[in-house]
Ligand binder design. Structure first.
Ligand code: BJW
Ligand code: ZN
Length: 239
């Protein structure tokens, strides 16, 4: 089985990666549902919904500010670097649920952030959007229009950015190989991306130390961490 998959990787023109919190775990960024994950300690309905934000904007902002500082101090790991180095051999697109920007910092040139970015803020009322370059004097920060600013991330019950999502489906439908790394595939609609790929004949490879709800649909499951497993995928292309 592994040799068949290796051949498909060697002959693939286009490889799409679908990544989640697990790929940044070895950079010191907690996951959501894994061991020590945020949702093991905190209630997502109190931190990651628009209702929670209007109920207690200070609490939500404090959580995002703490995470943003940790993310800015973090560095990409060998998993992120393996994906960017694969661009030497293949057409590579990264569809990430992560908001941490580590794929871009590792050098990946085609990254679609389907759940937004912790580096960006946007107004809850007007069209204002910007990248955050420093901290805020007080929380919640306010827009020039007087309304609250919020992190430009996708919370539960919110639609994904439509242009990004549309492009993500197109990439999923046109790849030869999809590698799904560090995601529990618990959250929709991101967890439908492997189905689009499979429907169009791509092979699916999962990289995750734990089984997921979609493991049985995978052509290959590598039960290793992404920083260990992904460099091996690159070496297949080098051989
Ligand atoms: C390793 C590793 C290592 C560890 N190496 N691997 C019922 C009620 C209400 C809503 C719903 C419902 N049923 C379905 C829904 C929809 C909902 C949903 O899916 N909920 C489910 C949880 C039940 N989805 C939504 O609401 C989405 N929007 C939507 O559907 O809109 C519809 C709409 C259309 C039109 C108009 C209006 C609405 C939005 C989802 C937003 C998700 N947001 C979050 C937080 C924001 C971003 C942030 O602050 O960071 O996004 S939640 C959180 O989960 C975050 C992640 O991106 C996302 C996915 O998590 P991920 O990345 O998979 O992490 P984990 O922790 O789950 O998994 C990590 C994995 O890594 C594990 O498997 C480990 O084993 C592994 N791992 N170390 C490799 N070293
Ligand atoms: Zn505004």
């Amino acid at each position: 089985m592994f040799e068949q998959v290796a051949d498909r990787i060697r002959s693939a023109k286009k490889i799409v990666f679908v990544t989640g919190a697990g790929i940044s775990q070895e950079s010191g960024i907690p996951t959501f549902r894994g061991k020590d994950g945020y949702w093991r300690k905190y209630d997502p309905m109190q931190l990651a919904t628009i209702d929670a934000f209007y109920e207690n904007p200070e609490l939500v902002w404090e959580w995002y500010e703490e995470r943003r500082k940790n993310i800015l101090d973090a560095r990409p790991n060998n998993g992120h670097y393996a994906i960017s180095s694969l661009e030497k051999y293949k057409d590579v697109t990264v569809l990430t649920q992560n908001i941490d920007g580590l794929h871009q910092r590792a050098g990946s040139s085609e990254v679609l952030e389907i759940h937004g970015s912790i580096i960006r803020i946007r107004c809850t009322f007007c069209d204002y959007k910007d990248d955050i370059t420093s901290g805020f004097d007080s929380l919640p920060p306010k827009c020039r229009c007087g309304n609250m600013l919020r992190p430009d991330v996708v919370w539960f019950g919110e639609p994904l950015p439509q242009d990004v999502w549309r492009k993500s489906i197109m990439h999923a439908q046109s790849c030869d190989v999809m590698v799904i790394a560090g995601t529990s595939l618990a959250v929709s609609p991101a967890n439908t991306l492997p189905l689009y790929a499979k429907q169009n004949g791509a092979i699916l490879i999962e990289v995750n130390p734990e089984a997921t709800v979609m493991s049985e649909r995978m052509d290959l499951s590598l039960r290793e961490t992404s920083a260990n497993a992904l460099p091996h995928l690159v070496s297949i292309c080098e051989s």
